[in-house]
Design a binder for this molecule. Sequence first.
Ligand code: AHM
Ligand code: MG
Length: 337
Amino acid sequence: MSQFNFTTLGQFIIERQHEFPYAKGELSRILRDIGIAAKVISREVNKAGIAEIIGDTGEVNVQGEDVKKLDMIGNEMFTTTLSRGGEVCAFASEEEDDMIPLKGTYSKHGNYIVCIDPLDGSSNIDVNVSIGTIFSVYRRVTAAGTEPTLADVLQPGNKLVAAGYVIYGSSTMLVYSTGKGVNGFTLDPSIGEFCLSHPDIQVPKDGKIYSLNEGNAADFPAGVQQYIAWCKDKDKNTSRPYSARYIGSMVADLHRNLLKGGIFIYPPTSKAPNGKLRLMFECIPMAFIVEQAGGKAHTGTERVLDVQPKELHQRVPIFIGSENMVNKALGFMNATS
Ligand code: AHM
Ligand code: MG
């Protein structure tokens, strides 16, 4: 490919607008705004060490302003950007207890809801390891022009109109889907644009990587313990033993598995029967992306995208990634339940 022959995220969104469920340009503008917010967060992530924005809040900088943690910066960036547009009437964030009706001039008339985990993998922020942003977009169910309610947000994943993530890794990438496959864009810092680098991502049906926090194995259900033992068994025919890879950032672990094939599990544990990860902010959007790429995402009892959310910060266990690997793990779960 010539160095001048590239497609930016903005160009791609416009080219694909006709594929959107409601092709009025509103969703295109939301995706564009998310792309802009992601660039600003990427800049902040890159200078985190020198700008003293890791560590706790409550500090005051030399200008007398509060020093904000990166996750709060991410949160504010999205609220501000999405309020300005007028397509989004409400915003829900892993960083906020409640849903936030947006207060922009036109927000009430917006048809869309955006859910965000502004900076996922928080334990990795301070140690320069990959982190991410996860987003999802729903169409509101209450009438435009009225005050949005929790019913607008608490929709199952099978009602999503778009979802994606941004990974702040060795490069910054934005990966998203509007329900017509998955495409990945790499931020070219020299021109400040996300450029199409991974068109039509397909997750391999099989893989050789398993990712889970094995330190908690004693608290895992018998099915997960047996599946891990199976992953470690030697068998040339099935390329075992598999490799264990666990970054501790869901976005980074899943991004790798999406490209190379693999399974990511955050299982129920005896201490946390619903696992750790949030349905609305982490599991649903990532399940949407993985399914759109030909993979599978399950809670152990049902398809993640079919779970009817009951509360904003609900948690669910998750088995997600290459279809055959997820089926194998679920087989162990079923055999022991
Ligand atoms: P966070 O939202 O506080 O960052 O937590 C979510 C993260 C995921 O990115 C990651 O997969 C998981 O927590 C790791 O949890 P654990 O440290 O229990 O393995
Ligand atoms: Mg998170």
